[in-house]
Design a protein around this ligand. Structure first.
Ligand code: SAH
Length: 206
């Protein structure tokens, strides 16, 4: 997977490649998808959600390049796979999932796999995790229309965020930077297809 899907497409960061080699992706997919766990595609994880394609996980990780000791926020835990890859590289990873069942499953799995530096909670990731802020980097794994203000606020000056913006088929992954004066810059990286953001109020019965 690493050579064919990642190195050949320009993932060159050795630490990221090592982390991708180490995290057992098959543990993060349902039994029925095990055979495809290392295939070059996203896979269903229930609740109409998906675990991202390996290349996208590696690409997003390389874009924020987490360093030892850093604090990283991920929003959209899903299976917990992206969080595990980040946790191989960063100091502490905070991850938020809107769907309680997915958060519970991911939390239990990450604990079983021995990740002690990942903190999972159920909630609306749009609002970030103010008590754990500020973060050196933020990884958003759902599509949004624009950069959520609370997330940008929770980024350290000098920090970076990777986020899919726009609607499929015009969605693209963007690298957002916050400079020392809290100013925002944005760079387009890659066309992508992420499931859209849902807000907490959409979960409540009407
Ligand atoms: N990073 C995941 C893939 C996530 S798919 C992995 O490695 O498996 C996007 C996830 O974001 C879904 O699980 C979805 O339920 C969740 N999500 C959608 N809107 C959200 C919100 N407002 N807050 C937190 N999570 C959200």
């Amino acid at each position: 997977m690493v050579t064919w899907q990642l190195v050949s497409r320009g993932i060159s960061n050795e630490r990221v490649l090592e982390a991708m080699n180490k995290v057992p992706r098959h543990e993060f997919v349902p039994e029925s998808e095990r055979e495809r766990a290392y295939a070059d595609q996203a896979l269903p994880i229930g609740h109409e959600q998906t675990i991202s394609q390996p290349f996208i996980v590696a690409f997003m990780t390389q874009a924020v390049d987490p360093q030892p000791g850093q604090r990283v926020l991920e929003v959209g835990t899903g299976s917990g796979y992206q969080a595990a890859v980040l946790a191989e590289l960063a100091g502490e990873v905070y991850t938020i999932e809107l769907i309680p069942d997915l958060a519970k499953q991911a939390g239990a799995l990450l604990e079983r796999l021995g990740y002690r530096n990942i903190h999972v909670r159920t909630g609306d990731g749009y609002l970030g995790w103010p008590k754990a802020a500020p973060f050196d980097s933020i990884v958003v794994t759902w599509g949004a229309e624009k950069v959520p203000e609370p997330l940008f606020e929770q980024l350290k000056p000098g920090g970076t965020m990777v986020i899919p913006l726009g609607q499929i088929p015009n969605q693209s992954l963007r690298l957002i930077k916050k400079d020392q004066n809290d100013q925002q810059s944005s760079q387009e990286l890659l066309p992508v297809q992420f499931v859209p953001l849902r807000r907490a109020h959409e979960e409540k019965p009407k």
